[in-house]
Design a protein around this ligand. Structure first.
Ligand SMILES: [Zn+2]
Length: 236
């Protein structure tokens, strides 16, 4: 019995080191994990989990109206389903980046499975848009011990602001206030253009869009502009 518990404890420790401990150390101390940019009066508004056939085009309309740019961290299999939306993103000056091929956590993936998730998604982007993606953000921001090496040559991006816009428990007014509070030079915001992800509310992007209708004019009024990740990190 004692031996069983020692083995169990050992297995749990290995799992913790592979997932949460590696994630915490990388996100806090590793210089190649991008948390923030440095450009004055610029931020990067980014969207995870799309493209969605209804919500993503509405977001594109809104960004066109306010002459702002966004970065879309797409799910590869959804990109395959909606290639015209990816091409519209590129045509309108936005950036397409990697989430995973399917929306799975790096905590559940072996290093090789993780590599496949990242590179398969990158392949979809290259095939559909003829552009090479530069940035990768893992679903839920989860990293495992192999994430940095498996993500190469892509730059791993986290965020300065995440706003619980995936749940309708967050009201539009609360979301607008949260967004306003987090505006600073070089900020990287994460929002979501798809509510079909596990743990999200299907209609939550409607609230995100309503909040952006109010937030984007405010941003401009404050002398700020949303640009792509490439522009924020001087990669273009
Ligand atoms: Zn996601």
């Amino acid at each position: 019995m004692t031996r069983f518990f020692i083995v169990l404890l050992f297995v749990l420790m290995v799992i913790c080191v592979y997932t949460i401990i590696s994630q915490t150390l990388y996100r806090r101390y590793h210089s190649s994990v991008i948390i923030k940019g440095e450009k004055k009066h610029k931020i990067a508004i980014t969207f995870d989990d799309g493209p969605h056939p209804v919500y993503t085009p509405k977001i594109l309309d809104l960004f066109k109206l306010h002459e702002m740019k966004a970065t879309f961290f797409i799910v590869g299999e959804l990109g395959e389903k909606h290639p015209s939306i990816l091409n519209r993103m590129i045509d309108e000056g936005h950036e397409v980046a990697i989430h995973h091929h399917r929306h799975v956590s790096a905590w559940t993936q072996t290093p090789w499975q993780l590599k496949r998730q990242i590179h398969q998604c990158a392949q979809v982007i290259k095939k559909v848009t003829n552009q090479k993606p530069l940035f990768y953000r893992p679903p839920w921001g989860h990293l495992n011990m192999s994430s940095l090496s498996m993500a190469k040559p892509y730059h791993l991006v986290i965020w300065t602001g995440i706003f619980q816009d995936w749940t309708l428990k967050t009201t539009k007014t609360a979301l607008v206030q949260k967004l306003m509070r987090k505006v600073e030079d070089g900020a990287i915001f994460v929002l979501h253009d798809n509510g079909d992800t596990p743990g999200a509310d299907e209609k939550a992007p409607e609230m995100t869009i309503a909040a952006l209708e109010e937030f984007l004019p405010y941003l401009k009024q404050q002398g700020y502009e949303s640009i792509t990740m490439q522009q924020l990190m001087n990669q273009s």
